[in-house]
Ligand binder design. Structure first.
Ligand SMILES: Cc1cc2nc3c(=O)[nH]c(=O)nc-3n(C[C@H](O)[C@H](O)[C@H](O)COP(=O)(O)OP(=O)(O)OC[C@H]3O[C@@H](n4cnc5c(N)ncnc54)[C@H](O)[C@@H]3O)c2cc1C
Length: 486
């Protein structure tokens, strides 16, 4: 009889993979992920991981920068945990063998990014940081049951005398069969919601599922109005993110009239917080101008940004005239959790971008999210290991006939168009109300047995949450920018 705790981790980004890695020695771990193992935003991260490890840097300085970027809305305790423990977690990763880029003298090479007062971003393979870190963590998997192409569609909840508790998940496997997996603990690490928007930087598997799963199960969501837009997505048929680190290395934003329009807009100019830069770009675009990144001043561009340099070459784009557009990038809100990742539902944890620890406040500081994955995955794992076991029934696998779905949902294109214009970079109350009315036509409580339809239902449900939260907050704060109706 295996007396180890059964843990299901949903999502194979850095948050899920690191949680599974920590637990594999002590628990019976199943990792379910929607696509292949590397299909995750974590694998796309370019800039790196922020950690106050540079000479002259300090925990206080990193804390102050994060607090300021977050509109002073961060949960101070969780932000302190993130920054203080994050230094140790990055060092642990290095001790385990992870290789970050170094200077000729062997010291870590720290990059600078928007709203950081000093260079503190460790990176790997130039701009391949996320891929390198995720591959490294997954290379440590030894004792984990990995099920890829597993689309988790429902959290299983039962009522107990201590309240509701989660005891497993329902998922569609590669053959589209419905499966049930029972566990003592479920950790959702499903990332954010980029797919909601027409222009986004995210992996196509990152589709708001985790928020919808949690909400339907009865978990609390919060801060749903805070969607972060990244200022610089390459405007092309094969869009990619142009990391903030490129501006950190000297690139400047310029409009089609040749104006360096961020000058005098903020003390950090092009490296102002993302919401400010995204809004200024949006204003230029609204005036009918195109916006470019002029990266001609960046030294060692090909070496420092090999991925971006390659993509520019493939698209025949000059380095001094890179066409860009702001795009949905990161989500500060999510499933309400405490500093150990526990949600309000017993045995349900959330970690990474899907979770809201409030460490990021109303706007995340660049490169604090991979750090969040490292710190809070360890904390979730430690908390699970400290829990007394009250074993759930043995795993059962149920195969049910797939039903034809009759659920009425809008198309992805409709959702993206409407979301981009109503819950985007600049919000207006009248548009929010119109969008809310439109969304209310769709039923999101039934769960479709089609993965595609289920994804659309999830987007509708979460769009509604964003709309409602945005309507409630009538004044602008951080990434939530709302203009008064005239
Ligand atoms: C282009 C880009 C660049 C970035 N650069 C940086 C950076 O330099 N530094 C930084 O700190 N942050 C960066 N970020 C943000 C950072 O990458 C993410 O916030 C972080 O990686 C989130 O990790 P995660 O593990 O929570 O989610 P993800 O890495 O997004 O993983 C989510 C996982 O859940 C799976 N999943 C989703 N729904 C389901 C479902 N229903 N069933 C099963 N599995 C599911 C997905 O397939 C995926 O495997 C960047 C983000 C992007 C998009």
């Amino acid at each position: 009889m295996d007396n180890r705790a059964k843990v299901i981790v949903v999502g194979s980004g850095l948050a899920g993979s690191r949680t599974a890695q920590f637990l594999q020695e002590y628990c019976d771990v199943t990792l379910l992920t929607k696509g292949e193992l590397m299909d995750a935003n974590s694998a796309l991260a370019q800039g790196g991981i922020a950690a106050a490890l540079n000479t002259g840097d300090s925990v206080n300085s990193h804390f102050a920068d994060s607090m300021l970027a977050g509109g002073n809305e961060s949960d101070k305790n969780n932000l302190k945990i993130l920054i203080r423990e994050g230094r140790k977690d990055v060092k642990t990763l290095i001790q385990e063998g992870m290789e970050f880029d170094r200077n000729a003298d062997g010291s870590l090479n720290f990059g600078l990014e928007g709203a950081h007062s000093t260079p503190r971003i460790v990176h790997a393979g130039g701009d391949f940081t996320g891929k390198k870190v995720l591959e490294f963590v997954q290379s440590k998997f030894q004792n984990i049951r990995v099920i890829t192409n597993a689309f988790v569609s429902e959290l299983l909840v039962r009522n107990t005398k201590n309240g509701s508790e989660v005891y497993g998940v329902r998922f569609l496997d590669k053959q589209n069969r419905e499966m049930i997996q029972i566990a003592d603990f479920v950790v959702i690490a499903t990332g954010g919601l980029g797919k909601m928007y027409k222009f986004n930087t995210n992996s196509s598997t990152v589709c708001a599922d985790g928020f919808a799963l949690a909400k339907r199960a009865g978990a609390k969501l919060r801060d749903m109005e805070f969607v972060q837009f990244h200022p610089t997505l390459l405007k092309s048929t094969t869009p990619i993110l142009i990391s903030e680190a490129v501006r950190g290395a000297g690139a400047k934003l310029v409009n089609s009239d040749g104006d360096y329009f961020m000058k005098n807009k903020h003390k950090y100019e092009d490296l102002a917080p993302r919401d400010i830069v995204s809004r200024e770009i949006t204003r230029e675009i609204t005036l009918g101008k195109d916006v470019f990144l002029d990266a001609s001043a960046c030294a060692n561009f090909e070496k420092r940004f090999p991925f971006i340099a390659q993509k520019l070459k493939e698209n025949d784009i000059r380095r001094d005239r890179i066409p860009i557009i702001p795009a949905a990038h990161f989500f500060m809100g999510g499933v309400t959790v405490d500093s150990t990742g526990r949600s309000n539902l017993r045995n349900l944890y959330a970690v990474g971008e899907v979770a809201s620890t409030r460490a990021h406040g109303a706007n995340r500081l660049a490169s604090n999210s991979l750090l969040e994955c490292l710190v809070f995955s360890r904390r979730v794992a430690q908390d699970i290991l400290s829990r007394k076991l009250n074993h759930n029934p043995e795993q059962i696998e149920a195969i049910r006939a797939t039903e034809t779905s009759q659920i009425h949902v809008p198309s992805l294109m409709q959702i993206q168009e409407k979301a981009s214009c109503s819950i985007g970079i600049i919000k207006k109350q009248a548009k929010l109300r119109d969008f809310m009315n439109w969304l209310s036509k769709f039923d999101t409580q039934k769960i479709s047995t089609s993965k595609e339809i289920n994804e659309l239902e999830n987007l509708v449900l979460v769009a509604r949450e964003i709309c409602a939260a945005s309507l409630k907050r009538s004044t602008s704060l951080g990434a939530h920018y709302i203009e008064v109706d005239v």
